[in-house]
Write a protein that binds this ligand. Structure first.
Ligand code: PEP
Ligand code: MG
Length: 916
């Protein structure tokens, strides 16, 4: 078989890698006996050979000659013929559709001689000259790289000269003259004559399509869509059929169901007497398919039959391009059509009801990304809006509120019932209160795993980060974009799905899918207006597919939740436990001073007083969460971040102390006792802050290291967990806390914590007279932990991969800094396809995960293993975690339904590959 060329009759729809999407589907339609104009496909392999060697492979020339001859023989016409010429189009067609990215040249085969043949055959001189001028124009632009405006200007000048408004009003001789002008433009701009030989036109057009694979815009598109650069494109050479041969001709696009809503019934546009792009270009108003039926019932009936045939064959929504040439229908393209998120769910369940696909297949046809689109309120896209800037989408949703520039104001204004958007350069744990109070969070720095992004996502608060066009001045309480200054109190709107920031308010539409997740199907349906059958169908479809996902998935889904309300929501949304309860937030606010005292204590009594004050507070935190998660595992992580995060800012405190010293020098020491005590406290605090100051806190005194160094801190938390659990047991409940130790690098660290923990647990159990089994496990978030997993498993009853830190430490990337600093450049230059903080880097970080799973389980076969980094809620990563055999993924409550869906899809995909 030929290597680089396939006739349409030789391929099928499953050969998209080799034939590209368009080619594979043209071949499939040919096989089905649908009326496809004959043609052939130059494979992606030829494109890859061209890219590697910089020239067309010699065999390709030979194979093209053979394919053209076969085509000519089958039609009894030949390229460039003087009497009845064969004309072809040359169309790009990569494996994945890249709309508008690549080139097409129509009417190849026309030259000074064959244009006369076309005029004769078509009996339409005007049409022939119009086709020829279109060829020169398209060829000049895409193949010879001539500025398209030159042709457009010449065309406009001709229209002005003839006093007409539309191209269609130009006569045959006008167009003939235009051809002469266009040829002159080609000569002048490219230094060569427009090629008269059809074969030369064909070869140059093929090369141009190959070259269009590597244009800047095509590369950019592929980066965004995560399409590899090395696939190459196929080229389809197709016999021309004409929709612009008078009123009995025309061209159209149609769908077998509505791709925007998912409504059943066909749907499409038809434009009589028009060619290809005219329909999409919107030059005239199109007709509906119903109008088309009136106009040409025979072609319409044939089209309907083809649509049904294709939908039955592909068992999915098909999108079709067709042309009618003098009453004869031709199918120019089909593919499984793109659709909106809502349409995807509705169509999948419709097809199940029509017994065209199974529920497994329906699950495979929707994605977590689509589900998440359905979950967030969205701005009404019809509304008028003023775009201010665009940042990174960090947490979806649509928020409108008054801009505020610090956490305290956010809380104060929110308490007055105002909707506020907290705008910061970047956020830190101190901003938490403001973030909770705000309806949205906007930062000018940081990436998708910055503090703002992670926390906002965890809370389900709309968030846009890294909008670097904004200059945020928290002192002046303004943000500036160019010359526009936005003052505190001005209303802004942020779209967490697109990253857009608008000035003023934009109306939003709420999500019925969230209502369903919160209240259940029956209640959600009852809340809908009677006449809104489409939304009811959508909500029922989501329920059906999600329920099916739950029934087939192997992975459990837990949630990252630190508060009782979050735990409650997570459970409502389907979480089967808490995979990560971060405890550091519990030490902020009023409790921060207690932590300060703990750190500053020089004597046991002082330390003990601070611990005694913290214990009941911490115990109450855990009691509330255990209550919400009764009967389900609840993994509580001991305190993790560097201690200095709980202390005042070094610079601010230094300034305060220096000013006080200066004042004392000027005015003498204060005689007021309180002032003196405050000064002494500040001096001691400053010394502690200095002592604790680290240049690289993320790699410093944090996690288990902190627990081992600060006496009593972990013990306090462990005791609070044990006492909370004991109390719940006594109350007849079923608490299932687990203690998780962060940032473990060596098994010895874990042994030390475990020894202390076991002692405290036994003590509490004895004192309260209850049996307590509280598993103790390790977070695997350092390469060393992964590489010594067999040893660590010796002291751990479970592992949980902290893939945020594991990514940070495997790549040596500071997660708070790199995303905005150089990821854009890295993505641009192809080092990264996607941020490894968003989707797990399977080759590097994933390899460590695999090693740790294998070694951990070999040392302890009943080891429970989960993941609680951000990747736990990322669709692609969920598939990876399923494949490596984790027991659960844990993610923010809002991503729980997404993880449930994706875990189901992963199980279906794994089942399908097992049975292959
Ligand atoms: C992690 O590192 O993946 C993790 C969950 O911990 P944190 O993000 O709190 O450091
Ligand atoms: Mg971590």
């Amino acid at each position: 078989m030929a290597r680089y060329v396939r006739d349409f009759s030789e391929g099928n729809k499953d050969q998209k890698d080799l034939l590209g999407g368009k080619g594979a589907n043209l071949a499939e339609m040919t096989r089905l006996g649908l009326p496809v104009p004959p043609g052939f496909i130059i494979t992606t392999e030829a494109c890859r050979a061209y890219m590697a060697n910089g020239e067309l492979p010699p065999e390709l020339r030979v194979e093209v000659t053979m394919a053209v001859r076969r085509l000519e023989d089958s039609l009894g016409r030949s390229l460039g013929d003087f009497h009845d010429p064969l004309l072809v189009s040359v169309r790009s067609g990569a494996k994945f559709s890249m709309p508008g990215m690549m080139e097409t040249v129509l009417n190849i085969g026309l030259n000074d001689a064959s244009v006369l043949g076309l005029a004769k055959f078509s009996d339409d001189e005007r049409f022939a000259w119009d086709s020829y001028r279109r060829l020169i124009q398209m060829f000049g632009k895409t193949v010879l790289d001539i500025d398209g405006d030159r042709f457009a200007h010449a065309l406009d000048a001709m229209k002005t000269d003839r006093g007409v408004a539309a191209d269609t009003e130009l006569s045959a001789s006008d167009l003939q003259e235009l051809v002469t002008q266009f040829k002159a433009i080609v000569r002048e701009q490219s230094g060569r004559d427009f090629p008269q030989h059809p074969r030369e036109q064909l070869d140059l057009a093929i090369t141009a399509v190959f070259n269009s694979w590597n244009t800047d815009r095509a590369r950019l598109y592929r980066r965004r869509e995560r399409i590899p650069h090395d696939l190459g494109t196929a080229v389809n050479v197709v016999t021309m059929v004409f929709g612009n041969l008078g009123p009995t001709s025309g061209t159209g696009v149609c769908f077998t169901r509505d791709p925007s809503t998912g409504r059943t019934g066909d749907y499409g546009d038809y434009l009589p007497n028009a060619q290809g792009e005219d329909v999409v270009a919107g030059i005239r108003n199109t007709l509906t398919l119903a109008d088309f039926e009136q106009l040409d019932p025979t072609s319409y009936a044939e089209l309907r039959q083809a649509m049904r045939r294709l939908e039955t064959h592909y068992r999915d929504l098909c999108d079709i391009e067709f042309t009618v040439e003098r009453g004869k229908l031709w199918m120019l393209q089909t593919r499984v059509g793109k659709r909106t998120a809502g349409a995807a769910f509705r169509i999948a369940t419709q097809l199940v009801d029509e017994h065209l696909i199974t529920l497994d297949e329906a699950l495979d046809r929707v994605t977590g990304a689509q589900l998440s689109k359905l979950m967030f309120p969205q701005f009404d896209s019809e509304a008028e809006r003023t775009l201010l800037a665009t940042g990174m989408s960090a947490s979806p949703g649509a928020a409108v509120g008054q801009a505020v520039f610090d956490s305290a104001t956010a809380q104060e204004w929110a308490a007055q019932g105002k909707d506020v958007i907290l705008v910061r350069r970047e956020t830190n744990p101190d901003d938490l209160g403001g973030m909770i109070a705000a309806v949205g969070v906007l930062t000018s720095r940081g990436g998708k795993t910055s503090h703002a992004a992670v926390v906002a996502r965890g809370m389900g608060t709309t968030c846009v980060v890294g909008a670097d066009a904004l200059v945020v001045d928290s002192v002046a309480r303004t943000m500036t974009v160019g010359t526009r200054v936005v003052h505190e109190g001005e209303v802004i709107a942020i779209d967490g799905s697109s990253g857009e920031i608008f000035l003023g308010s934009v109306p939003v539409v709420p999500s019925p899918v969230v209502d369903y997740l919160e209240e259940g199907l029956e209640a959600a349906l009852a809340h809908l207006p009677q006449e809104d059958g489409e939304t009811a169908e959508l909500v029922s479809a989501v329920d059906r597919i999600l329920t099916h996902a739950d029934s087939v998935r192997r992975l459990h889904v837990h949630a990252n939740a630190d508060t009782a309300p979050d735990a409650r929501r997570a459970r409502t949304w389907g979480a089967q436990g808490i995979g990560l309860c971060r405890t550091e937030h519990m030490f902020l606010g009023e409790r921060r001073v207690l932590i300060e005292r703990l750190i500053l204590a020089t004597q046991d009594a002082e330390r003990q007083a601070a611990l005694d004050a913290l214990l009941p507070l911490q115990r109450a935190d855990f009691t509330d969460i255990l209550e919400q998660m009764d009967g389900l595992p609840c993994t509580i992580r001991l305190i993790d971040p560097p201690l200095h995060e709980f202390l005042p800012d070094l610079t601010e405190l230094s300034v305060k102390v220096a000013l006080a010293a200066e004042q004392a020098e000027r005015e003498g020491l204060p005689d007021d006792d309180d002032a003196a005590a405050e000064r002494a406290r500040d001096v001691a605090l400053l010394a502690a802050v200095r002592r604790m100051h680290e240049s690289n806190p993320m790699l410093g005194l944090r996690g288990v290291r902190l627990g081992l160094v600060v006496p009593g801190l972990f013990a306090l938390q462990i005791r609070a967990i044990a006492e909370a659990a004991a109390q719940r047991v006594q109350d007849g409940a079923d608490p299932r806390p687990e203690i998780m130790v962060p940032l473990v690098a060596s098994v010895m660290e874990l042994h030390l914590v475990r020894d202390e923990a076991e002692r405290i647990l036994a003590e509490v159990a004895r004192a309260q007279d209850v049996a307590l089994h509280i598993p103790i496990g390790a977070m695997i978030e350092l390469p060393r932990a992964a590489l010594t997993a067999d040893r660590i498993a010796g002291a751990a009853e479970f592992f949980s991969f902290g893939t945020n830190d594991l990514t940070q430490t495997t790549w040596g990337f500071s997660r708070d800094d790199v995303e905005s600093a150089f990821f854009p450049e890295y993505t641009e230059r192809g080092v990264l396809n996607v941020s490894p903080f968003e989707t797990i880097d399977t080759n590097g970080v994933g390899r460590l995960v695999r090693i740790a799973v294998e070694e951990g389980r070999s040392a302890r076969p009943d080891l429970t293993i989960g993941v609680c980094g951000e990747h736990g809620g990322d669709p692609e990563s969920v598939h990876f975690f399923d494949a490596v055999g984790l027991d659960y993924v844990s993610c923010s409550p809002f991503r729980v339904p997404i993880a449930r869906l994706e875990a189901g899809r992963a199980a279906v995909a794994a089942g399908a590959s097992d049975s292959r």
